[in-house]
Structure formats: C-alpha cells, structure tokens
Design a protein around this ligand. Structure first.
Ligand code: GLN
Length: 193
C-alpha cells in the first residue's frame, strides 16, 4: 500500500517520515501519474492559498476530486490542508482556492493573535490516551454536515473530523513523535485497499 503527500508547498518531509515510521511506502505527489499510484493522500500544512493555487496549476485538483468522490482515494488534510479539504471557507479571501471535498465550514487562523502557535493535550476519539496537538495559525471547523463525525473538540470549535474516506485535523500530527493519527489514517486507507 502506498500513501502520498501532496508536494507543492508546505510540511511534506515530516509526513513522509511519519508514514515510513508506520511501515508504509510514502511518496511525494507532484504529478497525476504519482497520484494514480497511491490509495491515500495527505494535504500538508503550509499556506493554503498557495497550495490551492499550485494544486490547480499542477493539474492535480480535478483528479483528486474525482478519486475522492469515487472513494478510491482517502484524503487527510492537516492545518492548511483542512482549508483545502473543506467545502466552505467562512472568511477566506475571495476566490480562496479549495478542493471542496468535505462537508465542513472552516475558519482560517481561528485562534487569534494571542494563540497563534501553541501545543495542548487533546482527547482524540478512539485513542485511549490524549495526544499532544501542535497548532500553528490553525483553522477550526465552525459547522459540519450530517455525515461528518467530530473526533476532537476545543472550546473554540472542532479540531478533528472524519467523513467517510476524508480525515482532517487543525493541528500538525507530523510535528510530534506520536504516530497514532497517521496510523488512524492508514487504517482508513486499508479499509478500502
Ligand atoms: N493559516 C495558514 C493558512 O491559512 C495555515 C497554517 C498552517 O498550515 N500551519 O493557510
């Protein structure tokens, strides 16, 4: 089983390292050919406007939408990747590019200036012990559709959720040594592999 990390901008190598530590073959995905080899794709953190523009420019956006819709691809968006995976962005710049996959409305930079970057202990559904979650200018989920299951909550809103073959976290699981969130995504990819 191969899992890809979208490689147009952002925290790519950290995700690849985590996948490899989970004994999964990981590939950086820049082309449609590479995309066709994977059954899961991580949309990393970075700058969502840049990633969104580049993913269109590299001709990958429609292929990701198509494979996600037909459920041959699981998709995991972290931080900026949450903005990309969302159907609605509540305060994006006009024309903020997005893949529009998951039935959620997301607010960018939702924690305000005082709490731009921080880490906190967080309960994540189905994990026995809390994890340390690293937030960097993170978005939150303000609204979620019926088919969306919230996996982690903060006072400000939902910070992790799943909808079928789609997973998203506001925080950066690739920036700690904890592999459990990546394992959770790998299990989602295995379900349909
Ligand atoms: N705030 C960034 C954005 O809107 C996301 C930050 C991140 O991915 N660490 O794109």
């Amino acid at each position: 089983m191969k899992i890809g990390v979208l490689d147009v901008q952002g925290a790519v190598s950290e995700h690849i390292k985590h996948l490899e530590l989970c004994d999964v073959e990981a590939v950086a995905v820049k082309t449609e050919k590479q995309l066709n080899q994977v059954c899961g794709l991580i949309l990393p953190g970075g700058e969502s406007t840049t990633i969104g523009r580049l993913v269109e420019l590299f001709g990958l956006a429609d292929a990701i939408r198509e494979r996600s819709r037909e459920k041959s691809l699981s998709v995991f968006g972290t931080c900026a990747g949450m903005i990309l995976i969302a159907k609605e962005i509540t305060d994006g710049t006009t024309g903020q590019p997005s893949l529009g996959l998951m039935d959620i409305a997301v607010k960018r930079n939702a924690f305000g200036r005082q709490r731009e970057s921080f880490e906190t202990s967080l309960r994540f559904k189905s994990l026995d012990e809390p994890l340390t979650a690293v937030f960097i200018r993170a978005p939150i989920i303000e609204r979620a559709g019926e088919g969306v299951e919230a996996l982690a909550e903060m006072p400000e809103g939902t910070v992790a959720a799943r909808q079928g073959n789609l997973l998203t976290t506001s925080f950066h699981p690739e920036l700690t040594t904890d592999l459990r969130v990546h394992r959770f995504f790998i299990a989602m990819c295995e379900e349909k592999a």
